[in-house]
Design a protein around this ligand. Structure first.
Ligand SMILES: Cc1cc2nc3c(=O)[nH]c(=O)nc-3n(C[C@H](O)[C@H](O)[C@H](O)COP(=O)(O)OP(=O)(O)OC[C@H]3O[C@@H](n4cnc5c(N)ncnc54)[C@H](O)[C@@H]3O)c2cc1C
Length: 537
C-alpha cells in the first residue's frame, strides 16, 4: 500500500477502515485496474493489546483507539450519560470489540427484505456470510471455509460457565453449539473472530493480506471533514491528514463506511440530512434527507451480578502471581483467560412461549466489574448480562455544530417503549431463574445486582434503569428502504445523490438479533458485489 498518489487518481474513495470499510477496500481493489483510496481517521493497529483478545479492556476508553463518545443524559436511564466506545484505528470497532461471532436470526434479514429491500433476505445474504468466513469447525450448509475472517472456538472452558449452560437446560433452554446455524435458540460457548488465539479484526482479515496492492492506498490519521459535490453527485472528499487539509477526487464513487455515528455525522456536515438541522448550523443544503441520523437502535445490556462461592477471574486478575501465570499461559499456548472474548457463554431465549424465536440474549462472564472495561471487583463474582434482541426504542445522531471535530449529539432513547421495559424486567427474571437452578447452586452465594430487595416488576425496572449500559451495537442511522424516511436504497445508494453509497452498520433498517460485527462484514461483502455489478453496467 503506497501513499502520495495524485488526488485525481482514484476510482473509489472509501471513508472509514472499520468492519465494512476494510471489506469494501479489499474487494474493490481486487481488480488491479481499479484505484482505491481508503481513509481512516484513526492510526495503524500497532498497539499489541488490539491483537490480544482480552485487550479490549485496554483499547476501549483509550483515545488512541476509541472515539470515546458519550450519550446525552438518557431519560430512560435515570438521566445517566453512557460511555459509547467506537473503534478509531485500522479495523474500526472490529479492532476493539469483544470478538463474539454472531450473525443474528435468519428472519432479521427476511424482515429487511419484507420492508422492500430486494436482495437482503437471509437466503440472499447467507452466501456473503459464508464467503467472509474461515470457520475452524469446517464448512457446512451454514458456514464457509477459506474466507478472510477466521472464526474459532473459545480456548477456555470453566466450571461456572458449564454450570450456567446446564442451568439454562434445567429451565428448558436447550444446549445449542451453533447459534449461527439452523437455529439460534439455546445455550453454549461463543465462537470468536480469532486466529491462533489472536484477534482477527477486519483489518487483519481484509487489509493485511493485500497490503502490497499498488492500486490500494490506505491513509491513516486521515479525518474526513466533508464530501465534495458537483450538483447532486458526490465527486470527492475533504479531509485532514495529521491536521493538514487535503482533497481527493473519486471518478466512480465515494463509499461511506464511517459507522453508525460517523456516517450520518458526515452526511449532515456535507449538507445531506434533515433540513431544519442543517439550517440551524448554517450548512448549505445539498439534498434534504430527513432520515439521516434518525432510527438509531442499540442493544442495552443489563448486568445481573452474583457473588460466587468459588474463585472467579476476579480473583485471578487481582492476584499478582496468578495474573503472571495467565500471561505465561498465553505466551506459551495462546490460551487461558487472555485468549477470551468479552463473554464466554451465550443463552438465546424466549421470554414468552408464544414467541417464534428468541427475544433475549445473555452474555455470561466469570468475572464482574462496576462497568465494562473497568477494573474487576476484588471479590469472587460472575455476571449474567441480558439484552433485549429487537428493541423498539429509536434514537438520533445529530451534529451539534458545523465543526467536524465536535462529537455529534447521541440520544439512543433507551427503554422508551412498554415492550422494551417489559423485556428488561423479563430478562432479569430469566437471569434469576437460571441462577436458581440446581446446576448453579454450588456457585451462587448471593445476588448482588439487581439485588434480592428488587422483588416487584417496578423494582426490577428501576434497577434496570440504574445499571444498564450499552453493549455497543448502534445501527440504523442511514436506514435502507424505499420510503421517504430511508437514506439509502437496496443497492445502498444514497437517495437523491449520485456517486455515493453508505456501507456499514448504519444501513440496517432494524437491528439484528445479536452482535453486529459479522452482519457489518456481510454488508461490506454484499455491497462490494453491488458496486462492481453497477460499474459493469
Ligand atoms: C467495545 C465494543 C465491543 C463490541 N463487541 C462486539 C462483539 O463482541 N461482537 C460483535 O459482533 N460486535 C461487537 N461490537 C460491535 C461491532 O464491532 C460493530 O457493530 C461493527 O464493528 C461496526 O462496523 P462498521 O463498519 O459499521 O463501523 P466501524 O467498525 O466502527 O468503522 C467505522 C470506521 O470509520 C472511521 N471513521 C469514522 N468517522 C470518520 C471520518 N470522519 N473520517 C475517517 N474515518 C472515519 C472510524 O474510525 C472507524 O474505523 C462491539 C463494538 C464495540 C465498540
Amino acid at each position: 500500500m503506497g501513499s502520495g498518489v495524485s488526488v485525481q487518481d482514484y476510482d473509489y474513495i472509501v471513508i472509514g477502515a472499520g468492519s465494512a470499510g476494510c471489506v469494501v477496500a479489499n474487494r474493490l481493489s481486487a481488480d488491479p485496474k481499479t484505484r482505491v483510496l481508503l481513509l481512516e481517521a484513526g492510526g495503524r493497529d500497532r498497539n499489541p493489546w488490539i491483537h490480544i483478545p482480552v485487550g479490549y479492556f485496554k483499547t476501549m476508553h483509550n483515545p488512541s483507539t476509541d472515539w470515546c463518545y458519550a450519550t446525552q443524559p438518557e431519560p430512560g436511564l435515570d438521566g445517566r450519560s453512557l460511555d459509547w466506545p467506537r473503534g478509531k484505528v485500522l479495523g474500526g470497532s472490529s479492532a476493539i470489540n469483544g470478538l463474539l461471532y454472531v450473525r443474528g436470526q435468519g428472519r432479521d434479514y427476511d424482515h429487511w427484505r419484507q420492508l422492500g429491500n430486494a436482495g437482503w433476505s437471509y437466503a440472499d445474504v447467507l452466501p456473503y456470510f459464508k464467503r467472509s468466513e474461515d470457520q475452524e469447525r469446517g464448512a457446512d450448509a451454514w458456514h464457509g471455509t477459506g474466507g478472510p475472517l477466521s472464526v474459532s472456538d473459545m480456548r477456555v472452558r470453566r466450571d461456572v460457565c458449564d454450570a450456567f449452560i446446564a442451568g439454562a437446560a434445567e429451565i428448558g433452554i436447550p444446549r445449542n453449539d451453533d447459534i449461527n446455524g439452523a437455529r439460534q435458540e439455546g445455550a453454549g460457548y461463543y465462537q470468536l473472530t480469532a486466529r491462533n488465539g489472536l484477534r482477527c479484526s477486519a483489518a487483519t482479515a481484509y487489509l493485511r493480506p493485500v497490503r502490497r496492492r499498488s492500486n490500494l492506498v490506505v491513509e491513516t490519521r486521515a479525518h474526513v471533514h466533508g464530501l465534495r459535490f458537483d450538483g447532486r453527485r458526490a465527486v470527492g472528499v475533504r479531509y485532514a491528514l495529521a491536521e493538514r487539509p487535503q482533497e481527493a477526487s473519486a471518478r466512480a464513487e465515494v463509499v461511506l463506511c464511517a459507522g453508525a455515528v460517523g456516517s450520518p455525522q458526515l452526511l449532515q456536515l456535507s449538507g445531506v440530512g434533515p433540513p431544519e438541522l442543517l439550517r440551524e448550523h448554517a450548512i448549505r443544503i445539498v439534498h434534504a434527507l430527513p432520515g439521516v441520523g434518525e432510527n438509531l437502535q442499540d442493544h442495552l445490556q443489563i448486568r445481573a451480578v452474583y457473588a460466587c462461592r468459588t474463585p472467579t477471574l476476579n480473583d485471578e486478575v487481582n492476584h499478582p502471581l496468578r495474573k503472571m501465570r495467565m500471561g505465561i499461559e498465553y505466551l506459551l499456548r495462546r490460551s487461558g483467560p487472555m485468549s477470551m472474548g468479552a463473554s464466554q457463554v451465550y443463552v438465546f431465549a424466549r421470554t414468552r412461549p408464544e414467541l417464534e424465536t428468541p427475544d433475549i440474549q445473555f452474555h455470561f462472564q466469570p468475572l464482574s466489574a462496576d462497568r465494562p472495561g473497568h477494573g474487576l471487583h476484588r471479590y469472587s463474582a460472575f455476571t449474567a448480562s441480558v439484552t433485549q434482541l429487537r428493541p423498539e426504542s429509536r434514537g438520533t445522531i445529530r451534529i451539534r455544530s458545523a465543526d467536524p471535530r465536535e462529537h455529534p449529539s447521541i440520544r439512543p432513547n433507551y427503554l422508551a417503549t412498554p415492550l422494551d421495559r417489559d423485556s428488561a424486567v423479563a430478562g432479569l427474571e430469566v437471569a434469576r431463574a437460571i441462577a436458581g437452578t440446581r446446576a448453579m447452586a454450588p456457585y451462587v452465594a448471593e445476588e448482588l445486582l439487581p439485588g434480592p430487595e428488587a422483588r416487584t416488576r417496578e423494582a426490577l425496572l428501576a434497577a434496570a434503569r440504574s445499571i444498564a449500559q450499552t453493549i455497543y451495537h448502534p445501527v440504523g442511522t442511514c436506514r435502507m428502504g424505499p420510503d421517504p424516511g430511508a437514506v439509502v436504497d437496496e443497492r445502498l445508494r444514497v437517495h437523491g445523490i449520485g456517486g455515493l453509497r453508505v456501507v456499514d452498520a448504519s444501513i440496517m433498517p432494524s437491528i439484528t438479533s445479536g452482535n453486529t460485527n459479522a452482519p457489518a462484514i456481510m454488508i461490506g461483502e454484499k455491497a462490494s458485489d453491488l458496486i462492481r455489478e453497477d460499474a459493469r453496467r
